[in-house]
Design a protein around this ligand. Structure first.
Ligand code: FAD
Length: 121
């Protein structure tokens, strides 16, 4: 049915988005510049406004007010993303995830400093 389809799409969107967020956090600099910190913070704030599931976006905005994005380091960002995902898990009655090996789990192996530098200039 259409309702089943919506639920499936919402879950699929959620899985894809979480994958992106955790991978971004695992790839975030260990010593970010103030520009990089600002960018990550703004990214999450904008995501919470533009996320294409209205109910999810509204809840996420409230969560971000309570638990502002942590941007001081890769570890801080990764742990924060895991914790905020767990807040959503909790609300949806899902299992709480163990955050201790989070950076390894989401290591995409795409740490290409050289490529990044050549693109930015
Ligand atoms: P997901 O929660 O999608 O997780 C995918 C995989 O990530 C899991 O299989 C596990 O391997 C891993 N994982 C689980 N927990 C963590 C964690 N804490 N840290 C790192 N990895 C983890 N759905 C709603 O119905 N209502 C909402 O209000 C809602 N709000 C959302 C807000 C945001 C910002 C996002 C991104 C998604 C939201 N969703 C919401 C979708 C929901 O969170 C799930 O993505 C969806 O229900 C599919 O769940 P899942 O069980 O497949 O696993």
């Amino acid at each position: 049915s259409a309702k089943m389809g919506n639920a499936t799409q919402k879950a699929e969107l959620g899985r894809s988005t979480w994958k992106l967020l955790h991978t971004m956090a695992a790839q975030y600099p260990e010593k970010p510049s103030s520009e990089e910190r600002k960018a990550l913070y703004q990214f999450f704030k904008l995501l919470s406004r533009l996320y294409p599931c209205g109910e999810c976006a509204a809840h996420f905005q409230l969560l971000l007010k309570q638990y502002p994005p942590q941007t001081s380091s890769r570890v801080a960002a990764s742990q924060w993303a895991c914790a905020i995902h767990n807040k959503v898990n909790e609300r949806l009655g899902k299992e709480i995830f163990d955050c201790s090996n989070i950076e390894e789990k989401y290591n995409c192996g795409c740490d290409e400093e050289g490529e990044k530098e050549s693109l930015s200039l």
